[in-house]
Write a protein that binds this ligand. Structure first.
Ligand code: FEO
Ligand code: CA
Ligand code: CA
Ligand code: CA
Length: 606
């Protein structure tokens, strides 16, 4: 610790040892307590979790699956009571439903004259699909801290589940456009549900933002090749048909409802203070595979939202509201997200950023290119970015502004498809397996500026392997490096924390986790491991309470088997699972869960 203090690290905790096992681990002197797990009842009348007899109705009253974004909204200004808002990104059927995996004989890929036994998920039925739909979306739940420990209050008056069936409004420039009209909705403004909500945000006025990311997997059926939306959908990988929802719900079948996919891929804003409020899809912020939507109040009062589009070779965006934040009048802020300017980033070779406006009628965004209005621009934000010459990035995930130093951090998780010929200054490695973090400094400390400077904060991966080309500081230990940055948070002291998605026993010899990363002074690019997940999981969150005494983290898909590690998390249910985290009971499956990390005896996370 003395050595660390000497070079000025902002973090004094004792680092966790990197590795892989069936448990979670947190730095010495801290507690990491499971707060909410898949199936936990959220209302007085909600049934207890019964994994062998799950129903869609029960699931819609219980904590959903695959917790991702975690936000905290204090209630009544209190430090010990607030709303936890949690996204439920997707479902892992093989880990959720008993007896779902079957053994099939298939032709051997190496020798097609031979057959081999393979595990396969059984075809879906409507009951299963409806549970999946109820397990998606988000949770809003009151949490209370008593004697230093957090618990969920199922009596909370503001508790709410949002699912793939919740009624929502479409607002902003694409609302009511013909391209959003369906058989069920001639107005083009009313849609049911939100899906694949990855990261998100809490606005300065205390609403909850859920970002719709990988929407392509939920739509099936065939769109005729000459359909006017064919190119639009191809750019988003639609329809992929992973989830079989289209077999039971026509709106997910593009041959029946060809416009339905235009009603997804947005950011959704939820007024958490009214449990009956109708969530709004805010189309002014563009339609793409939204990772998150973290924001900051600019010095002139406008609010700036940073947005990543998580796909190989896609873009970083920011949205600047037209109106100003009113701290005295919450209601005055409720439609700020309907008016403003969406920009896409061009990272220059000279270390500058140009934020290019996606405004109809400017540059190439004209009828000659198929953009007849701002609705067309936001519906096809990616194509607008293509025409403007935005920089094709290595999968932009969270983008987080830091009000303490005026910087913005961009998590670029990886891109193994980048070729040598496609390297640029902002994406400097071919076959970028481990990702990197870019730091943006907006010109003049003005988050609404259209020009900025950028530099690479960190190239990730094992610094002891020269070919990897990682750039962690030499003070970073063998436990401190990581690959695949995904989510991040800036705590109240302005310190950066990074959670990862994709570290694995074979790939990096460690699970995912939460790392603390120094950004300032001679400790810059020093990283320390604070928390690690059980095998098979990815790390989501983190979210700090304003007093910095609690970090909420989300353990997503524990026990899941990646392609690159054998022996863990095989396709199965119960008997072969590599971990039964967090219950470790024979009658309980492995469960995604949110964990609250606090210092033993109380105090700030250091
Ligand atoms: Fe759902 Fe971009 O991670
Ligand atoms: Ca995820
Ligand atoms: Ca993510
Ligand atoms: Ca990810």
């Amino acid at each position: 610790d003395e050595a660390k203090a000497a070079y000025g690290s902002a973090f004094s905790f004792d680092e966790v040892e990197a590795g892989v096992d069936e448990h979670h681990h947190v730095a010495k002197g801290y507690d990491a307590d499971v707060l909410l797990r898949w199936g936990d009842p959220l209302f007085p009348d909600a049934p207890d979790f019964d994994p062998l007899n799950q129903t869609p109705e029960a699931q819609a009253r219980q904590f959903g699956y695959n917790n991702d974004y975690v936000g905290f909204i204090p209630l009544d200004g209190a430090q010990n009571r607030g709303l936890l808002v949690v996204n439920h990104e997707y479902t892992n059927e093989h880990l959720m439903f008993p007896g779902i995996v079957q053994v099939v004989q298939k032709a051997d890929k190496k020798d097609p004259s031979e057959t081999v036994a393979e595990l396969e998920i059984k075809p879906a039925d409507r009951h299963r699909v409806d549970i999946e739909m109820a397990a998606h979306g988000g949770t809003i739940v009151e949490i209370v801290r008593e004697n230093g420990k957090w618990r969920a209050n199922r009596e909370g008056k503001l508790n709410r589940r949002i699912t793939a069936n919740t009624e929502m409004r479409i607002s902003g420039p694409a609302a009511g456009h013909d391209r959003l009209k369906t058989h069920a909705d001639a107005t083009g403004t009313k849609v049911f549900g939100t899906i694949n909500n990855c990261a998100g945000g809490v606005t300065p006025w205390g609403t909850y933002i859920m970002s719709e990311e990988n929407i392509h997997g939920y739509f099936g059926g065939e769109l005729p090749a000459d359909h006017p939306e064919a190119a639009n959908y191809k750019r988003l990988g639609l329809p992929e048909g992973t989830y079989a929802w289209n077999e039971f719900h026509d709106r997910f079948d593009v041959s029946v409802e060809p416009n339905e996919p235009n009603r997804f891929g947005w950011v959704v804003e939820v007024d958490v203070m009214d449990p009956n409020s109708v969530p709004k899809k805010r189309t002014a912020l563009g339609r793409f595979k939204h990772e998150g939507a973290e924001s900051i109040v600019n010095k002139d009062g406008r609010v700036v939202f940073y947005l990543g589009d998580d796909e190989r070779f896609d873009y970083v965006y920011k949205f600047v509201t037209e109106g100003k934040f009113n701290a005295q009048d919450r209601a005055a802020n409720m439609d700020l997200l309907d008016h403003g300017t969406l920009h896409v980033a061009k990272f220059g070779e000279d270390g500058t950023v140009a934020w290019l406006p996606l405004t109809h009628g400017t540059g190439p965004l004209t009828p000659e290119n198929g953009f007849n209005s701002q609705a067309d621009v936001v519906i096809e934000a990616r194509r607008a970015g293509d025409l403007l010459g935005a920089t094709k990035m290595d999968r932009p995930e969270d983008v987080q502004p830091n009000g303490m130093n005026g910087k913005v951090y961009v998590m670029l998780t990886n891109n193994t498809k980048r070729k040598d010929s496609q390297i640029d200054a902002a994406n400097p490695r071919a076959e970028n397996a481990f990702g990197h973090i870019i730091e943006i400094a907006e010109d003049g400390g003005d988050f609404a500026a259209t020009t900025a400077k950028w530099e690479v904060l960190l190239k990730c991966g094992d610094p002891s392997v020269a070919e990897v080309g990682a750039s962690f500081s030499t003070a970073t230990t063998a436990n401190g490096w990581f690959g695949m940055p995904d989510n991040c948070a800036v705590d109240a002291a302005g310190r950066l924390w990074v959670s990862t998605d994709g570290n694995s026993p074979k790939g990096t010899g460690r699970t995912d986790g939460l790392w603390a990363v120094d950004t300032e002074g001679d400790a810059r690019a020093t990283s320390k491991l604070f928390f690690r997940v059980p095998v098979g999981a990815e790390m989501c969150g983190p979210q700090f309470t304003p007093d910095e005494e609690t970090a909420f983290v989300a353990v997503q898909h524990p026990g899941d088997g990646g392609e690159d590690w054998e022996g863990f998390g095989r396709l199965s249910y119960y008997e072969d699972l590599s971990t039964r985290w967090p219950d470790f009971k024979p009658d309980m499956p492995v469960r995604p869960a949110v964990v609250a990390i606090t210092k033993q005896g109380g105090g700030r996370i250091a």
